[in-house]
Write a protein that binds this ligand. Structure first.
Ligand SMILES: Cc1ncc(C[n+]2csc(CCOP(=O)(O)OP(=O)(O)O)c2C)c(N)n1
Length: 690
């Protein structure tokens, strides 16, 4: 069992010389056979526990053990990184996850190092052995591995990022994006595709466009990519070929892709029954390729093992695994009072910042320059910050020039153009963050954030929670949003309400240059993911100009600003719309009405205290935003006001927003859809007269 304990982590490995099968010592072979048997015994035990109703889910690795054990042993968990997929039990064990730790996961115990009982079993993660928390969406792991490899390369560290999946998952676009990025930059990534011929029930010939249904053939054409299709049930072939692939990677020539043909000896998962879609003949045929039997028979034949020795090894591992399960079953169950902890950083870091309370007094600047200066100062201050996105490097410096001069000043290693692929930007950012860097990325237009949405919703937002506060992905995502710039349909949308619904991401939406600088600098220093919405119509707008704050100016998230005081009615708003509220309030003042305007500045967290205090004073409230009405964030604000301030209201909580429509191009049409100043004025008046 010592081989499977984290204690082996210090073992010298990974020498970089390709190893041939003849060089494997018999003790190593026996040790690895035992490791494969442990994996198989865990599958057997886990399925028994399910039948007994003592656990709920398992994904077996049976049939994949040879290549998995080879990979797990070929890498060094102190130096290399693992992005294993759910079927990678053999990799996890060889890397250092113990059988007992597996059963902590199986029984959803607090001691489970992957998630403390928050995720399904077989979603690997281990703080001590470079296995970042793995999620369920197939394919998101690929770009993260690329990000980690990039982070290692940029930080001058040695190491390989291993990432795997089944052949079905290679149909996902992110797989292709990952191979593209890794090949282009010659990154140290080992892609292992475990081809068991089925993705749940879909056979490989209905899945892949690769020549001869081969994933490795499908990827022909990428420069620098070492490719090899191997028999992953053959321990010796796996050993030789994985080591050759590692030699290619470590020589700096680029990534490697190994397609390992394996057999799926059990159903896709404990919730599946493969007998429904695979015939008996085929299943029997697979059994002939059982990697454990193949290695054992070879060892018996060459005299390294006796038949009796093999039988007692099987019994020994089954017993050891049974004991591990028994011990783990007595561990602690998670406490329900912790069920919603660790959605955000609770370390007190952001509360410890020295926030500025006085007004800035520098030279007046436009918002886009304030953003540029915030990035400049934070890049200077923290060498872990990396800035990338589409067209952001000089000479262009971003399509709105927000990043102008940054790559010239800080170099192309720290500020660089990404491929034109938003999922790549976000997935790579996650992998870099997991390795310890601080990515501050740009999504050129909010309208194009959706390819990155899977990474944002399922990875960035969940990383801290799902790993029980072990792993974090505090990526800052700057994004240009909003209309009124003649950009319909696809350069005009507002996106904040969709992201506001996702626990785990803070959202800022500044209305002016000073707030933009203060909030962005805070975002760069917090240890949480932030979506930073920048309204394009405010970038160079004179009314959004402000005196520039100095380099120490930090604004807290969750602190609204009373932009104009009043006593008859409150308008709660943010972004460009906030200025419509201010201008309407000024106009109404001429008519004798006193209107208070609140700029919430951050959507998440929402400063309800400032809103409630104002509503208690004015007793009437309009919620105004540029986004569409139905499901807009205004609905949330209105609901919270009626919940918390109902007894203070002298009228309905009124919402003013865009029509429930897409944003058309023609100015007359766009003005009809988005809230016009006339409509804002009319809406406020209506409530004043209520
Ligand atoms: C994005 C996404 N779509 C669908 C699923 C449901 N799902 C889980 S595993 C799986 C099949 C994966 O097959 P393959 O990559 O060949 O790996 P295998 O399970 O065969 O080892 C599917 C469809 C998912 N988890 N994520």
């Amino acid at each position: 069992m010592a081989k499977n304990s984290p204690a082996k982590k210090g073992k010298a490995k990974n020498t970089g010389n390709a190893k041939s099968k003849s060089s494997i010592k018999s003790e190593e072979l026996l040790r690895n056979l035992k490791q494969m048997l442990i994996a198989r015994s865990i599958d057997t035990k886990a399925m028994n526990l399910l039948r007994q109703g003592r656990s709920f889910f398992h994904i077996a690795g049976a049939g994949h053990e040879a290549v998995q054990t080879v990979v797990g042993n070929a890498l060094d968990p102190k130096v290399d990184w693992f992005y294993p997929y759910y079927r990678d039990l053999g990799v996890a064990l060889a890397a250092g996850v113990t059988p007992k730790e597996f059963f902590f996961q199986c029984f959803a115990k607090t001691e489970d190092p992957s998630s403390g009982g928050r995720q399904l079993p077989c979603h690997w993660g281990h703080p001590d052995i470079h296995i970042p928390s793995q999620s369920s969406p197939t394919g998101t792991q690929f770009l993260q591995a690329v990000g980690t490899a990039l982070a290692m390369k940029r930080s001058g560290k040695k190491g390989v990022a291993y990432v795997s999946s089944g052949e079905g998952t290679t149909s996902q676009g992110e797989f292709h994006e990952a191979v593209n990025w890794a090949s282009r930059e010659k990154l140290p990534v080992l892609f292992v595709i475990e081809n068991n011929k089925y993705a749940i029930s879909v056979p490989v010939h209905m899945q892949s466009g690769g020549k001869g249904n081969s994933i490795s053939e499908m990827m022909a054409g990428f420069d620098n990519l070492y490719r090899k299709k191997i028999d992953g049930t053959d321990y010796f072939e796996s050993y030789e070929e994985i080591n050759k692939a590692l030699e290619h990677i470590k020589s700096g020539k680029g990534p490697a892709l190994i397609e390992a043909e394996v057999v799926r000896l059990l159903s896709h998962s404990s919730s599946d029954d493969q007998k429904k879609y695979r015939n008996e003949k085929e299943l029997k045929e697979d059994l002939k390729n059982c990697p454990i039997e193949k290695l054992a028979q070879k060892l018996i034949k060459q005299g390294d093992l006796t038949k009796e020795g093999y039988e007692s090894l099987k019994e020994e591992t089954l017993n050891a695994v049974g004991n591990a399960a028994d011990e783990a079953s007595n561990a602690t169950d998670p406490d329900p009072k912790d069920a919603s902890s660790h959605v955000f950083d609770e370390s007190g870091l952001k509360e410890s910042f020295d926030y500025e309370s006085s007004e800035p007094d520098g030279k007046r600047i436009v918002m886009v320059d304030a953003i540029n200066h915030a990035l400049m100062e934070e890049l200077e201050r923290n060498e872990k910050i990396y800035v990338f996105g589409e067209d952001i490097a000089d000479k262009k410096g971003g399509v709105f020039t927000a990043t102008k001069g940054l790559s010239t000043k800080f170099g192309d290693d720290r500020v660089f153009n990404s491929p034109l692929a938003e999922a790549s930007i976000m997935g790579v950012a996650v992998g870099m963050a997991l390795e310890g860097l601080k990515p501050v990325v740009e999504i050129q237009f909010g309208d194009y954030i959706w390819p990155a949405f899977m990474q944002m919703k399922s990875e960035v937002a969940t990383m801290r929670y799902r790993s029980n506060n072990t792993w974090t992905a505090p990526v800052v995502t700057r994004v240009a949003v909003g209309g009124y710039i003649h950009g319909g349909l696809y350069h005009s949308q507002n996106i904040e309400s969709i992201f506001a619904h996702i626990p785990g991401i803070y959202i800022a939406y500044p209305s002016n240059a000073a707030d933009a600088k203060g909030l962005l600098k805070t975002a760069c220093r917090m240890n949480d993911p932030v979506l930073f919405c920048e309204h394009k119509g405010l970038y160079r707008q004179s009314f959004a100009m402000a005196p520039e704050p100095d380099e120490n100016y930090l604004l807290p998230f969750g602190k609204a600003k009373v932009v104009k005081e009043g006593s008859d009615l409150t308008v709660v708003s943010y972004g460009l719309s906030m200025w419509d509220a201010v201008m309407s309030a000024k106009k109404l003042e001429e008519e004798g009405h006193s209107v208070e305007v609140i700029d919430i500045r951050t959507i998440i967290p929402l400063d309800m205290e400032t809103i409630a205090n104002s509503v208690k004073k004015t007793n009437k409230v309009v919620v105004l935003h540029e986004d569409t009405l139905t499901g807009g964030f205004g609905g949330e604000i209105a609901a919270r006001i009626s919940d918390e301030c109902f007894q203070y209201l002298d009228g309905p909580v009124k919402r003013i927003a865009a029509l429930d429509s897409h944003i058309p191009y023609a100015p007359v049409l766009e003005n009809a859809v988005l809230p016009s100043r006339a409509r804002v004025l009319e809406g406020i008046k209506e409530l004043l007269e209520y």
